[in-house]
Design a protein around this ligand. Structure first.
Ligand code: MG
Length: 264
């Protein structure tokens, strides 16, 4: 299903996007060396409830997972890249943490992910990974707009990731969203320009480049959710929800600054 939002739907989408961005910023600001992934999940639960929103994850039970997710935010550490199930783990200095959050507010879903380094250590390879996914996300957004095609976004994202020397997996990618979290069209992280669904105003898309340093192969944890690089290499993931408008693409989940920025 491809959903096209009305003007009032877009107003609600902007509020939903602003909430997701605000929660991710708060989670990032509170996270320090020693923070437990279960604390981050509890903070997410409380912030979602305080806003009167609903988690898209807690009851989420897709065919590829193992029963309902049961948590409120995905916490993927170092070699974990997608769908990281929060577990009893205290973060260490220099850990690379990816948070992925989707909530429904007033009937519209927004979805966003950030990667950042915990504490003060800034391992160069990890910074490069994060920056590559952010640059790829920006390129994808720049390629979106009325009349552009999904393949234009996919090509723009893939060009940055390939150009940075990383392998690109097409196993998981971006997606349409609206009244539910995952809708058509699928937005692969590499592709051919000029192909695929033509974008039009009112369409919401989640673009989400993710990358693993030296492999395109994922392995799944025994928890049935957490996806890691097969080689144990580090990974990163950046995601925004965008709205196609008459004039271009608006980022609804904009973070104020780069998650790769040095610690303040
Ligand atoms: Mg997401």
């Amino acid at each position: 299903m491809i959903e096209i939002l009305s003007a009032s739907g877009l107003v609600r989408a902007r509020a939903s996007g602003a909430l997701v961005a605000s929660i991710l910023r708060t989670l990032r600001e509170r996270t320090t060396v020693g923070t437990n992934l279960l604390d981050i999940d509890r903070w997410a639960q409380d912030l979602i409830a305080a806003a009167g929103a609903q988690s898209c994850y807690v009851d989420y039970a897709p065919p590829f997972g193992r029963g309902p997710f049961g948590r409120y935010v995905c916490t993927s550490v170092n070699d974990a890249v997608l769908h990281g199930l929060p577990v009893d783990y205290a973060l260490a200095d220099g850990d690379l943490l990816s948070l992925d959050l989707a909530v429904s507010l007033d009937g519209v879903v927004a979805d966003s992910a950030i990667s950042f380094l915990v504490g003060s250590a800034r391992p160069a390879e990890s910074v490069a990974l994060i920056e590559a996914t952010e640059r790829a996300l920006s390129a994808g957004i720049a390629a979106a707009g009325p009349g552009a095609r999904i393949g234009d976004i996919a090509f723009a994202i893939g060009s940055v990731l390939h150009g940075a020397g990383y392998p690109v997996s097409t196993e998981f990618g971006g997606h349409g969203l609206g009244s539910s979290m995952h809708q058509d069209p699928h937005v692969p992280n590499t592709g051919r320009p000029g192909r695929g669904f033509r974008l039009r105003p009112g369409l919401l898309l989640a673009l989400e480049p993710w990358v693993m340093a030296d492999t395109a192969t994922l392995v799944t944890d025994p928890d049935g959710w957490t996806l890691r690089s097969a080689t144990g290499c580090r990974t990163a993931h950046s995601e925004h929800t965008i709205a196609i408008t008459d004039h271009g693409a608006d980022v609804l989940t904009a973070w104020r600054d780069s998650p790769a920025a040095p610690a303040r």
